[in-house]
Each structure stands twice: as structure tokens, then as C-alpha cells.
Design a protein around this ligand. Structure first.
Ligand code: COA
Length: 174
């Protein structure tokens, strides 16, 4: 069985290793995702950080980070970005990634978040309700916009519009 729980102090090295391994063979990866999570944590921007633990081995097999994003020219309190999301290659395709995404969205709803963006494959993220939203544009050139998606998490009429920027922690290289 896989347990999803909040990250604890003793998890950091193991969860960074899970992230490194998850992205190791991914072509589109910068291979800096574990540094991004560490930089978010250092800068106090890790709004949600959950680990997936294999209850038999007690090992961490997955991790998800969520951090605030900004949208040019408007109030962005309550808008977050999901990622990096990582599951150890040996444990992929067993539902753990989905459990992590669902738990992260639940955590955001309990924080009264307005919504969450994600950059990734629509085939994976559409199932949770993430949709490409033309009014929200990713502020990174060269990435097909359909890979940038948004989910509305509250019932308010607030509809974020504009260019979305992740924090500078996403530039971390070590
Ligand atoms: C993406 C990732 C977190 C999914 O974790 P997982 O535990 O394998 O996911 P689940 O088992 O919950 O879901 C598997 C489903 O997602 C699909 N899926 C998984 N990764 C996918 C991807 N990169 N692109 C498209 N579909 C994907 C599978 O085909 C499967 O679909 P099905 O349910 O229709 O069979 C994992 O593959 C991973 O860590 N990959 C490397 C890092 C990465 O790409 N992170 C996300 C970047 S935004």
C-alpha cells in the first residue's frame, strides 16, 4: 500500500533522490528538478510538499511540490503551480502519481486556493481537471502552450488572466 503524507525533516535527502531518479531519463527535463524543490523550500515557497511512502518497505517512492505563481498585472494570491511531481521509475504506472496529484489538490482546496497551474502532458493531467486555458499564458518561450494547464479550485468568479511566472527557484541548478 502507498501512503501519502506531508514531507518531514528526515525525508529531504530521500525525496530529492526520488526526484532525481524520476526525471533522469526524461528528454525534456533540465535534470535540476531536485534542486528546484530544495530552492523552493529554502525560500519558504514550498506551499505543499507531499511524499508517497511504500508501507511495506517504508521507502519514499514519490514526491510532489506546490508553490505560489504570479500573474502579471493582477492580484494572484491563491494561485499555485504544481510540480515537480516525481515517482520512482520502478513504481510508475501503479497509481502513485495520481494519488499525489489528488492529495496536492485536496491540500490546496483546504488552503482556499483559487487555482493551480501545471506544465506537463495533458494526457496525464486532464484526468484531474487541468485544462489548457488560453487566457493564462506560460511566461517561458518555446513550450507548446497546450502543455500548460489550469484547474479552478474554488467557486469564486475570479478568473486569472495573463502571463504566469514561476518563482526564481525554478532556475536553481544546484
Ligand atoms: C508522471 C508521473 C509522476 C506519473 O506517475 P505514475 O505513478 O506513473 O502515474 P499513475 O500510475 O498515477 O498514472 C499513470 C497514468 O498516467 C499516464 N502517464 C504517466 N506518465 C505520463 C506521461 N509522462 N505522459 C502521458 N501519460 C502519462 C499513464 O499512461 C497512465 O495512464 P492510464 O491510467 O490511462 O493507464 C511519473 O511517470 C514520473 O515521475 N515521470 C517522470 C517525471 C515527470 O514526468 N514528472 C511530471 C512532470 S510535469
Amino acid at each position: 500500500m502507498v501512503i501519502i503524507r506531508r514531507e518531514e525533516g528526515g525525508d529531504l535527502d530521500e525525496s530529492a533522490q526520488v526526484t532525481e531518479e524520476a526525471f533522469r531519463s526524461m528528454k525534456q527535463s533540465s535534470h535540476t528538478e531536485q534542486f528546484i524543490t530544495n530552492a523552493l523550500r529554502r525560500n519558504g515557497l514550498l506551499s505543499v510538499s507531499l511524499v508517497a511512502v511504500d508501507s511495506e518497505s517504508n521507502k519514499i517512492i514519490g514526491h510532489v511540490a506546490v508553490s505560489p505563481v504570479t500573474v502579471e498585472g493582477q492580484e494572484t494570491k491563491g494561485l499555485f503551480g504544481l510540480g515537480p511531481l516525481s515517482v520512482l521509475p520502478s513504481h510508475q504506472r501503479c497509481g502513485t502519481g495520481s494519488q499525489l496529484v489528488n492529495a496536492a489538490l485536496e491540500a490546496l482546496r483546504s488552503m482556499s486556493a483559487i487555482g493551480c497551474v501545471v506544465l506537463g502532458n495533458p494526457k496525464f493531467y486532464n484526468r484531474f481537471g487541468f485544462q489548457h486555458t488560453p487566457s493564462l499564458v506560460l511566461g517561458i518561450p518555446g513550450i507548446p502552450q497546450e502543455y500548460f494547464m489550469f484547474i479552478h479550485l474554488d467557486s469564486s468568479a475570479v478568473k486569472p488572466e495573463g502571463t504566469v511566472h514561476y518563482s526564481s527557484a525554478f532556475d536553481a541548478t544546484q
